[in-house]
Design a protein around this ligand. Structure first.
Ligand SMILES: *[C@@H]1O[C@H](CO)[C@@H](O)[C@H](O)[C@H]1NC(C)=O
Ligand SMILES: *[C@@H]1O[C@H](CO)[C@@H](O)[C@H](O)[C@H]1NC(C)=O
Ligand SMILES: *[C@@H]1O[C@H](CO)[C@@H](O)[C@H](O)[C@H]1NC(C)=O
Ligand SMILES: *[C@@H]1O[C@H](CO)[C@@H](O)[C@H](O)[C@H]1NC(C)=O
Ligand SMILES: *[C@@H]1O[C@H](CO)[C@@H](O)[C@H](O)[C@H]1NC(C)=O
Ligand SMILES: *[C@@H]1O[C@H](CO)[C@@H](O)[C@H](O)[C@H]1NC(C)=O
Ligand SMILES: *[C@@H]1O[C@H](CO)[C@@H](O)[C@H](O)[C@H]1NC(C)=O
Ligand SMILES: *[C@@H]1O[C@H](CO)[C@@H](O)[C@H](O)[C@H]1NC(C)=O
Ligand SMILES: *[C@@H]1O[C@H](CO)[C@@H](O)[C@H](O)[C@H]1NC(C)=O
Length: 806
């Protein structure tokens, strides 16, 4: 395809490609969130966005995740899986014992044990009555138990302009396209026959690979090296609440939703030429790490993802030998010891595995994050610089540039009467809901509809069946300037919230309002409608609820209008050719960063997960392609609770100069300092910890690549924190600090102000003293940054500073 298109277009389409794949449409995506009123599975009685604890059944059975200590007798069983499982079973009632108080027979013949954990947790998931759990609590080896919950997947939309160029010099070549690295994806499974998972040019998996392919043998290959299904907890929950009898037999890990196929291809899909949706965003699709291997762990089904299954998937992935874990799922904030993802991923990072997770789709409200543990890379979603233009021209001559994925080439762009049903009908009519346009004359007209409640594509179908000739969809206020590329059924333009207001003003004031829609195709860079990147309205925001002392999210990456692989048998709303799909969400941004982590793992095999994460964060950039600070969905500068350290800079992350490393053991002092008690810390780290014997630290003092500091009367408005950097750049190097203190809120003093190194991997420590401005005390947050700059200015190691005084 390089022969006929310019290199520029080719490069952009590569990176956009994957981003695009996920964008499909709200009503096929399992994403749900407070701000995302489109809940595709609502009619299946889906669970709440923050993750729901299922009801106890009539039989009194409920699924619990139980954490245990090994005692001296069981310690010997460490390496013997069968003996460990036997030990776990000793906690469970015999299968024939009646499960309810009335002494009736159990209403189900299914096994009580759902998962036996071996690597990242000592314990199991099982269906138990309250009374049985009480008995387990009395055993010496008991540590902690919590009820299973169902978490949603986190799809919404994406982009991609990460500067990875095929066949050229640069980071893709330097990192060998992720060759030999194994990316484990916990999601809805995969369509193994999709061209994105072909293995042309792929090496055999590394010798350490120890995984399993639950498809028939011919479906796995050197790209898709393993695939397993763990969706049991969900089935058990459903069974438990319905009381139905049924086995828990598992099928092969086919993707019935599309989500898992999309995320896997985004992280590590192969090059596929001529990928497009409805002819738009055409180009060569590829994952971020096209030569990395994929290992698939199906932990999510149509109802969501059970904590017990997620833990089982991570447990298996660690045993199988993956290098990177990608999780595009998450519930609301939870204490780390009662959050299976936090517990399981701690075991993963102890095994040197990098973990990238979605930040959540509950923005733009504050305090809406998922996956807040400091050992996880928490990834928010932003746009790319690709637009698929659909322009509205009003009778007044005013023009508004919107987007639509469907761009019929034979459309005549006639000027037609324009109507906003919200002015003549009910509030449902403003949203163009089913039936709401009855009795409103829209025949042959262009109809303005407000976004929300149902998918934009569905609104178009109702407008079309009411006789409408075209549609303009106005964004919600919380989506602002974020425009979505949907597969519309009639000529459509999705315009911003403010453009929607301007169009309504025109409809009110004009004697006979008219409009036309014209299509401008796929454009990139400065030609795109809005600056890029721009943080998506749906991208969840800090502050971190589980531990306010750690700034989250960590980073943003492409998550709006992302094109990636799609199983064609999954209904992709009106997509003519559904081999690829464009969808959006932090589900799309997390696998971009997983793929980037695979590239970094390949180019720096000796880096720890914390070092890779630090490299990504300290090199992230803060400015959009118009030279101004990265905006949020309302076009105001985005704050750190939206962007974290900024937008990933893939080539910058390859050469970060200094990294903030964290050893797994450092988290013990951190967890004791949250403060969690010894029991809870033990549940996470899988060994007996006595916090009183540990010199605990609070999150501000964890060696994190960003700063979140509270200055209050309790600490006399003063905090002294220390950090240790490790030189991963040139042996002889010198860095000088530059600090921009949060304006008017605090002073920031760094000691020393220069750091000199003579060796690679040499460490240096510095302290930062924060003194709050007491006269200005308010509980609001203020932002600054601290940057180490190399002597020649070529390396910039940046850390955001967020301060709360008061
Ligand atoms: C949801 O579940 C409730 C109770 O289980 C049931 O009454 C209702 O009909 C279900 N709704 C749908 C849409 O299935
Ligand atoms: C890619 O890297 C190899 C060394 O790993 C180098 O020999 C080759 O020239 C590079 N390719 C390009 C296009 O820069
Ligand atoms: C293996 O699975 C693929 C689809 O995943 C199917 O096309 C093929 O027929 C299967 N082969 C056998 C031997 O069952
Ligand atoms: C996509 O691009 C390729 C290469 O430029 C071209 O051959 C193909 O026709 C294009 N497909 C569409 C649907 O535009
Ligand atoms: C445009 O082309 C499509 C498909 O080729 C066809 O279905 C449609 O009727 C055409 N519309 C007009 C206005 O010609
Ligand atoms: C719209 O409403 C009608 C009448 O209630 C119903 O028959 C139809 O199935 C609905 N369509 C959709 C797509 O929900
Ligand atoms: C990304 O990092 C590279 C290498 O440090 C730098 O040249 C480039 O300007 C950065 N990109 C952005 C958008 O900041
Ligand atoms: C830790 O806290 C939990 C409840 O939050 C409690 O059940 C447990 O006994 C505590 N453990 C210790 C050692 O205090
Ligand atoms: C402290 O805050 C007050 C009130 O906001 C402001 O006027 C003053 O300039 C601040 N002082 C410093 C040193 O930042």
């Amino acid at each position: 395809m390089e022969a006929s298109t310019s290199t520029y277009k080719f490069k952009l389409s590569l990176s956009f490609f994957f981003l695009f794949l996920f964008i499909l449409s709200a009503n096929v995506s399992p994403a749900i969130g407070r701000k995302n009123r489109i809940e595709p599975l609502a009619n299946r009685n889906r669970t709440s966005p923050s993750g729901s604890r299922p009801q106890t059944s009539s039989s009194g059975l409920r699924t619990y995740i139980v954490h245990l200590h090994r005692n001296s007798a069981t310690a010997a069983a460490d390496d013997d899986d069968d003996r460990v499982v036997e030990w776990y079973k000793s906690f469970l009632p015999s299968e024939t014992v009646a499960a309810n108080e009335e002494g009736k027979k159990p209403t189900t013949s299914s096994p009580r044990m759902i998962h036996a954990y071996k690597k990242v947790a000592t314990g199991f998931a099982a269906r138990l009555t309250e009374a049985e759990l009480e008995q387990i609590r009395k055993r010496d080896e008991f540590v902690h138990a919590y009820p299973d919950r169902l978490l949603p997947l986190l799809t919404t939309h994406t982009p991609g302009f990460l500067g990875l160029h095929r066949g050229a010099a640069g980071f893709w070549n330097d990192s060998n396209y992720g060759r030999g690295v194994i990316v484990g994806v916990l999601d809805t499974g995969i369509l193994p026959t999709h061209p994105s998972f072909g293995d042309g040019g792929m090496p055999a998996p590394p010798a350490k690979w120890n995984g399993v392919c639950e498809f028939n043998a011919s479906s796995c290959n050197n790209k898709l090296i393993g695939a397993r299904n763990f969706v049991q907890g969900q089935a058990a929950m459903r069974e438990t609440s319905s009381g139905a009898v049924g086995g828990l037999a598992l099928e092969a890990p086919y993707d019935d939703e599309g989500h898992g196929t999309h995320t896997a291809s985004t992280a590590a899909g192969a090059f596929v030429a001529n990928a497009n949706v409805a002819g738009q965003a055409n180009g060569t699709a590829s994952g971020m790490a096209p030569l990395a291997h994929l290992a698939i762990y199906k932990v999510c089904g149509e109802a969501g993802c059970a904590d017990s299954d997620i833990l089982a998937g991570i447990d298996a992935a660690v045993g199988d030998g993956v290098d990177v874990l990608s999780l595009s799922l998450g519930g609301g904030s939870a204490a780390f010891y009662s959050d299976a993802t936090a517990v399981g991923t701690f075991g993963a990072i102890e095994n040197g595995i990098f973990v990238s997770c979605s930040a959540g789709n509950d923005g733009p409200s504050y305090g809406t994050l998922s996956n807040e543990a400091p050992w996880i890379l928490t990834v928010g979603a932003s746009t790319t610089d690709r637009s698929i233009r659909s322009t509205v021209q009003l009778g007044s001559g005013a023009e508004f540039v919107g987007e639509s994925l469907v761009q019929p080439s034979n459309y005549s762009s006639a000027e037609l009467p324009l109507v906003y049903p919200g002015f003549v009908g009910t509030s449902d009519a403003a949203l163009c809901l089913n039936g709401s346009l009855d009795g409103i004359d829209v025949k042959g007209m262009i109809v303005l509809c407000d976004d929300g409640e149902i998918s934009r594509v569905a609104k178009g179908s109702f407008v079309k069946s009411a006789g409408g000739a075209g549609m303009i969809v106005a964004s919600t206020e919380s989506s602002g300037y974020i425009l979505r590329d949907d597969v519309h059924v009639l000529p459509t333009s999705h315009v911003s919230y403010s453009d929607g207001l301007a169009i309504k003003t025109y409809v009110v004031s004009a004697a006979s309002p008219t409009a036309s829609i014209s299509f401008g195709g796929t454009v990139f860079g400065a030609a795109s409608t809005t600056p890029a990147p721009m943080v998506a309205g749906f991208s969840s925001r800090g502050p971190n609820q589980a531990d306010p002392n750690i700034l989250k999210p960590d980073i943003v990456g492409p998550g709006v209008n992302i094109l990636a692989a799609w199983p064609s048998q999954v209904e992709a709303t009106n997509v003519a050719s559904s081999t690829f799909n464009v969808i959006s969400g932090t589900s799309m941004s997390a696998p971009h960063l997983s793929g980037v982590a695979a590239l970094l793992r390949s180019s720096h095999p000796d880096w720890s997960p914390a070092a890779i994460k630090s490299a990504m964060m300290t090199t992230a950039y803060a400015y959009a392609n118009d030279g101004k600070p990265i905006p949020d969905e309302s076009m105001s500068p985005a704050d750190y609770f939206a962007t974290g350290s900024g937008h990933v800079n893939v080539s910058g992350a390859d050469n970060p100069g200094l990294v903030y490393d964290i050893a797994p053991d450092d988290y013990v002092a951190y967890l004791c300092g949250i403060p969690y008690n010894s029991t809870m810390v033990s549940a996470i780290v899988r060994r007996r910890v006595t916090c009183s014997d540990v010199s605990s630290i609070d999150g501000t003092n964890l060696n994190y690549p960003s700063f979140m500091v509270f200055l209050t009367a309790v600490n006399s408005y003063t905090a002294v924190v220390s950090r240790t950097v490790t030189n991963v750049g040139a042996a002889d190097s010198k860095y000088t600090v530059q600090v921009v203190a949060p304006l008017g809120a605090a002073s920031v003093t760094v000691k020393p102000t220069t750091l000199s190194f003579t060796e690679v991997n040499e460490k240096a420590q510095y302290t930062v003293t924060f003194v709050g401005n007491v006269t200005g005390t308010s509980t609001s947050y203020s932002e600054g940054y601290l940057t180490w700059i190399s002597a020649d200015g070529s390396i910039v190691v940046n850390s955001p500073i967020m301060i709360a005084v008061g």
